[in-house]
Design a protein around this ligand. Structure first.
Ligand SMILES: [Cu+2]
Length: 129
């Protein structure tokens, strides 16, 4: 009986972790390490909440940068190129933004970090469902 309870608890934990799994990716932008999290995995057409944690070469959180998120899709048959830009706002030591891809498909995401007059960019591609 005890082992059954343990097995059920383990199952619930595994299911919980699988359910809570968000999109997460580490990227480099110049000397910065950029941790990108999206609340939906895979990201979806429509609203997705994004969280960005920027750390410098020494691992210290960067909180004095201007961060812009650019989302783009190259033109395709029946659709002109799409480009969206939004500011990521600092909350605590995280930058938060909402991205809204207008359709499913491959999107390019650029996180532009401007600090001390210099801009570094982390780029990634998103497979939006
Ligand atoms: Cu398209």
């Amino acid at each position: 009986m005890k082992s059954l309870v343990v097995a059920i608890v383990a199952l619930i934990l595994v299911a919980g972790v699988a359910y809570a799994k968000e999109y997460e990716l580490n990227k480099k932008a110049g000397d910065y390490n950029v941790l990108i999290k999206i609340d939906k995995n895979p990201p979806v057409a429509g609203k997705n909440k994004m969280e960005i944690v920027i750390t410098d070469a020494s691992g210290k959180a960067v909180t004095d940068a201007k961060v812009i998120v650019e989302l783009s899709m190259p033109p395709m048959p029946g659709m002109p190129a799409a480009n969206y830009k939004s500011n990521a706002d600092l909350k605590g030591d995280k930058y938060k933004a909402v991205i809204e891809p207008s359709m499913a498909g491959p999107w390019n995401l650029a996180v532009k970090i401007t600090r001390g007059g210099k801009t570094d960019t982390a780029k990634l591609s998103l497979d939006v469902k």
